[in-house]
Structures are given as structure tokens and as C-alpha cells.
Write a protein that binds this ligand. Structure first.
Ligand code: BDR
Ligand code: CA
Length: 314
């Protein structure tokens, strides 16, 4: 499976990248970066560090530092730390791994080079994808599928994390996300409805450190910081592995329950960033829904299988 990994590393982004790097089925074409868990210089530096650390050959491609509307604000540092990776020590990175192009152009070039073959796994804001679509609408026909970590649709009682209505990746650039859902390509969404079932607790993280070696220990160290956030905000003893679940979906969609129907993102107002799906079976509704293709959202997941698979794989 040819994959572009669009990311804002980010601790759970690092988990997802390690997972991808260990899966023999995956042919990683590139790691495109976006502002989100930190500013674009930091997420790009982190991607270069992780590429080096995980021994990857795919290039890092710097992407959008601002939303489509020109806002250049990153998420609060309380979640992933000032350096975006839980304040672990990050050595100097090898800039040779940085591609000369910009992420949206790279996405266009890759889907043109491999028509019908490229899966885009997007675990940050969707700005790079939206820029690619705006510049070349045929990207929607050329890509195989898009798998997104983002949104919250109210399943399992889940609401937003950045506001009661919105999840961070969607809230960070709601217009971009809305354009992705409106386009005629297969989009699958792994939102908070399912990612909040993927809890890596202290024992699990200790096992990663013991069984996986250097990179397992690195994840455990990053998670010290991440765990403090989850403890304070949610009373959890562990961390949520949001982004790794998008990788699982790419390989094992049968572990998820899903619902099909067009999806809208609230673009402004108090509920900005909220994701709403109209079931495919329901007729009528606002014409904005009727004009859109059905997309797939995940409503439940077999978390035990996912956690076991991640651990075995990495
Ligand atoms: C998403 O926001 C970021 O903090 C995480 O990396 C994940 O992609 C969860 O809402
Ligand atoms: Ca992320």
C-alpha cells in the first residue's frame, strides 16, 4: 500500500509513524508536515528527527504553516509540550531528508505518478490536502483513499476535545476539513468516537519500553508528558493513541464498525469545527448534505485487537 503520511508530530503522530515504519505492507512515499501540535518549523524538525530515529528513507516534505484563512496559531503546548514531542531531548537533525517541494505539490505529484494507488493518512489539520485539491481538483480522482484522524460524531458519548463541539485537527482548520469531506473521493474518519478507546496505560508503555528497545523507550519518555495532560484533564491513567488508529484502519478496516453518509463541518460560530454526518439512508435534509458524497465514519473499534497489533508490530 502506497502511503503519504500527513502529520503534525506530536506524540501520537510519532507512534503512528513508528507503526507505519514496521509494517511490511506499507510503502511510505513521504511524510508531509503541517502546523498543529506545534508550529510548522517544529513539526517539520520533529518529522526529520523521527525519520532519522526510525531509519526511514521516505522524505519529509514541509507543508502549511497557516490555515487556509491565514491563521498561524498552533495548539496549546500543554498537550505535546513546547517541542511537540513531550520535551524529550532532540538532537540536531539531518536536513538532507527534507524534500525541496512543498507538501501540497508533493501530494499532487505523487497521486499523478501513481494514479489510483496512493492512500493519504492525515493525522493533523487538513490544510495540505485542501491546498492540493484547490490547486488540482483531479487529486480526488487520482488518490485511492483518504484516512483521517479527526472529528467527533457523538458515538460512545464522545464530544470534542478542543471545545465541547470540536476535535483539534478539524477545529484547527475547519474550512480545509470541510473541503475534504465535500470532495468526491473515499474518506474514512477515525474520530474521538473510536480513538478514546485506544488507551496506552502505564503497564502497556512499560512493556513497549522493555520489548521494543530504543524506540519503545523513546515513546515511553514522550508519554510521561502526554500522560500528565490526560491525568489532569480527563483523570486517565494513560495516554490516548489517536493517530495510530488511522494506521490500523488502513490495514484492518474489519476491526471497525462504521456508518456511511455525507459529512459537514461547522465553519464558524460557537460550534466551529463540529463534524456532523447525515446517515446515507436518510433522505432530504439541507441541500448542502445532498450535494456531498457519502463518506465513512468509524463508530466502534475492537480496541484490544488494535493495542495487541500495535505492540506486536512495533
Ligand atoms: C489529534 O490532535 C493532536 O493533538 C493529536 O496528534 C491528534 O492528531 C487528537 O485530537
Ligand atoms: Ca496529530
Amino acid at each position: 500500500m502506497k502511503v503519504i503520511f500527513d502529520t503534525d508530530p506530536g506524540i501520537d503522530d510519532a507512534m503512528a509513524l513508528l507503526y507505519l515504519s514496521k509494517l511490511p505492507e506499507i510503502d511510505l512515499l513521504g511524510i508531509t508536515t503541517v502546523v498543529g501540535n506545534a508550529d510548522i518549523a517544529t513539526t517539520t524538525r520533529n518529522a526529520l528527527f523521527l525519520r532519522q530515529q526510525f531509519g526511514l528513507s521516505a522524505p519529509v516534505v514541509r507543508g502549511a504553516g497557516k490555515t487556509l484563512d491565514g491563521v498561524d496559531k498552533a495548539e496549546p503546548v500543554i498537550v505535546h509540550g513546547v517541542n511537540g514531542l513531550g520535551e524529550i531531548e532532540i538532537p540536531d537533525v539531518d536536513e538532507a531528508g527534507l524534500h525541496a517541494d512543498e507538501a501540497s505539490q508533493f501530494i499532487i505529484d505523487m497521486v499523478r505518478a501513481h494514479p489510483g494507488e496512493v492512500t493519504i493518512i492525515a493525522v493533523g489539520r487538513m490544510t495540505n490536502l485542501a491546498l492540493a485539491l484547490r490547486a488540482e481538483p483531479a487529486v480526488a480522482q487520482l488518490a485511492k483513499q483518504v484516512i483521517i484522524m479527526g472529528g467527533a460524531f457523538g458515538y460512545e458519548g464522545r464530544s470534542g476535545n478542543i471545545t465541547p463541539a470540536a476535535e483539534a485537527n478539524i477545529h484547527g482548520d475547519p474550512v480545509a476539513a470541510d473541503e475534504i469531506f465535500a470532495a468526491d473521493w473515499p474518506v474514512a474518519v477515525v474520530g474521538l468516537d473510536v480513538t478514546h478507546d485506544i488507551i496506552l496505560d502505564t503497564d502497556y508503555l512499560a512493556a513497549l519500553s522493555n520489548e521494543v528497545g530504543e524506540n519503545g523507550e523513546l515513546l515511553r519518555q514522550m508519554c510521561d508528558h502526554y500522560a500528565r495532560f490526560y491525568k489532569e484533564i480527563m483523570g486517565l491513567s494513560g495516554v490516548v493513541g489517536h493517530d495510530l488508529l488511522a494506521v490500523t484502519y488502513a490495514l484492518r478496516p474489519e476491526w471497525f464498525e462504521t456508518r456511511r453518509g455525507p459529512v459537514l463541518v461547522v465553519r464558524d460560530g460557537v460550534a466551529v469545527g463540529q463534524t456532523i454526518q447525515m446517515p446515507e439512508t436518510r433522505k432530504g435534509g439541507h441541500p448542502d448534505w445532498a450535494a456531498r458524497p457519502a463518506q465513512t465514519i468509524c463508530t466502534r473499534v475492537d480496541a484490544e485487537k488494535v493495542l495487541a497489533h500495535f505492540r506486536e508490530t512495533v
